[in-house]
Design a protein around this ligand. Structure first.
Ligand code: GLY
Ligand code: MN
Ligand code: MN
Length: 434
């Protein structure tokens, strides 16, 4: 269920305040063909949904800022015949009610109405860095010229990116969003616990995925991304999604999963022993990753810089690898040379919200944006020892471990939204005995 219309009205007002003048055009996503006449399930565009709460395809939001501020939604009309084939539509009135826009028009009238809405506008806020929309808008300006017998806006137009402004807004989550993100995180954490209990040698990766799918759909949630269920050396492939191997006794399995609830994502990883007990080597690597993750989470608080947390995780991981002979040399030198990147090659985390890799991810990673209350982000260090890495002892090869939590930055620190899934060795082993 979307939020109340007042929330979307308020967000549009804030956007109009930021643009101050001009017109913003925010379309929803297009439907994607999976194969022939079979589509992927439709997922609205996150920016569009953020501003409307309207989840049907073929819709465009237009916001006019300034003295006569107003918002206009173009969407599909109700059509009994079409609906019999393709499902219920809210129609113009329903869409207006959900989103709280001032005006609604059928999407079929977009080309007719847009020239009039663009008339006298100097600044156009586009959906991202898109040339497709610039072309369409230029054509609408030509239509104005034809209709008026003269050009009302010079050919160039002043085109800006509306997403940049929306990214700033999406970075700090509102209480309603936090509540959904918390629920999504809990569903994912509990689903992971169920998968841990269902795990034993001989079970297939896809069977553990099936456990998740069952848990997610029971809560009316869907995958936020293709889940990773990676047994043994498959965990060393960062985006492994085949999930088609049998789980072997003595190996670990890495699960990186997240459900999406009402378009809000979650993201959690746990790595656990397939037979329920960590081996000596697995324990050693696991403890290094956990130490890095816990140390970083401890420092998730307002004012801290996420890039510093990344650097701290790098230091802990590099020191651990040196201690156990996987890296040789002096700590500072190895950090400077980025020697750790053979084992820890991704960043410490990203923002989570309407998208799994949400607005602000780049800014927090680069350290341009310090942590602020209301941000939601992941902390996810890992160590991956490639199965063919001849520079390390055989006993380490093929171990891949990532530990990931989604956390909310609070006024005084953080709340771990995915805390329901254990990550200490003894707690994992205890859960797997149940
Ligand atoms: N599951 C995607 C990520 O961890 O970033
Ligand atoms: Mn993840
Ligand atoms: Mn992640």
């Amino acid at each position: 269920m979307p939020f109340s219309a007042q929330i979307y009205r308020e967000r549009r007002r804030r956007l109009a305040e930021k643009t101050r003048e001009g017109i913003a055009i925010i379309p929803t996503a297009s439907e994607q063909i999976r194969s022939r006449d079979s589509d992927f399930p439709f997922r609205p565009d996150s920016y569009f949904y953020y501003l409307t709460g309207f989840a049907e395809p073929e819709a465009v939001l237009v916001i006019i800022a300034g003295e006569h501020e107003r918002s206009i939604l173009f969407c599909l009309k109700r059509d009994i015949k079409e609906e019999q084939w393709f499902g219920h539509r809210l129609g113009l009135e329903g869409a207006k009610k959900v989103s709280g826009v001032d005006e609604v028009y059928p999407i079929s009238s977009l080309d007719k109405e847009m020239p009039w809405l663009l008339m006298d506008q100097r600044v156009v806020y586009l959906p991202g860095e898109t040339s497709e929309w610039v072309e369409r808008i230029k054509n609408w300006f030509v239509d104005i010229q034809i209709a008026m017998g003269k050009f009302r806006l010079h050919d160039q137009g002043d085109y800006r990116n509306a997403y940049d402004l929306l990214d700033e807004m999406r970075l700090i989550k509102q209480p309603e969003e936090i509540s959904l993100l918390r629920q999504a995180a809990q569903i994912s954490a509990y689903a992971l616990n169920t998968a841990m209990r269902a795990c034993s040698p001989g079970v297939a990766e896809y069977e553990l995925e099936a456990v998740l799918a069952h848990k997610f759909r029971r809560e009316n949630s869907v995958y936020a991304f293709q889940p990773i269920v990676a047994g043994g050396k498959n965990a060393c492939i960062l985006h492994y999604i085949e999930n088609n191997c049998l789980l072997k006794n003595g190996d670990l399995v890495l699960m990186d999963i997240g459900c999406e609830l009402d378009c809000y994502a979650s993201d959690i990883s746990r790595t656990f022993p397939i037979n329920g007990k960590f081996s000596r080597e697995q324990k050693i690597i696991y403890k290094i990753v956990l130490a890095a993750q816990e140390a970083a989470i401890k420092r998730v608080k307002p004012g801290n810089n996420f890039f510093d947390l990344h650097r701290m995780a790098v230091r802990i991981i590099t020191a651990g690898l040196i201690k156990h002979g996987l890296l040789t040399g002096e700590l500072e030198r190895l950090i400077k040379d980025k020697a750790y990147m053979r084992f820890f090659m991704h960043s410490l985390g990203h923002c989570v919200g309407l998208d799994t890799h949400d607005s602000g991810s780049k800014e927090i990673r680069d350290g341009q944006q310090v942590l602020r209350p209301g941000m939601v982000l992941t902390v996810e260090p890992g160590i991956y020892i490639q199965p063919d890495d001849a520079t390390v002892d055989l006993k380490w090869r093929g171990i891949g471990i990532r530990i990931e939590d989604t956390v909310l930055v609070t006024e005084s620190g953080c709340e771990i939204l995915t805390a329901a899934a254990p990550k200490k060795i003894k707690d994992i082993e205890f859960l797997m005995r149940q």
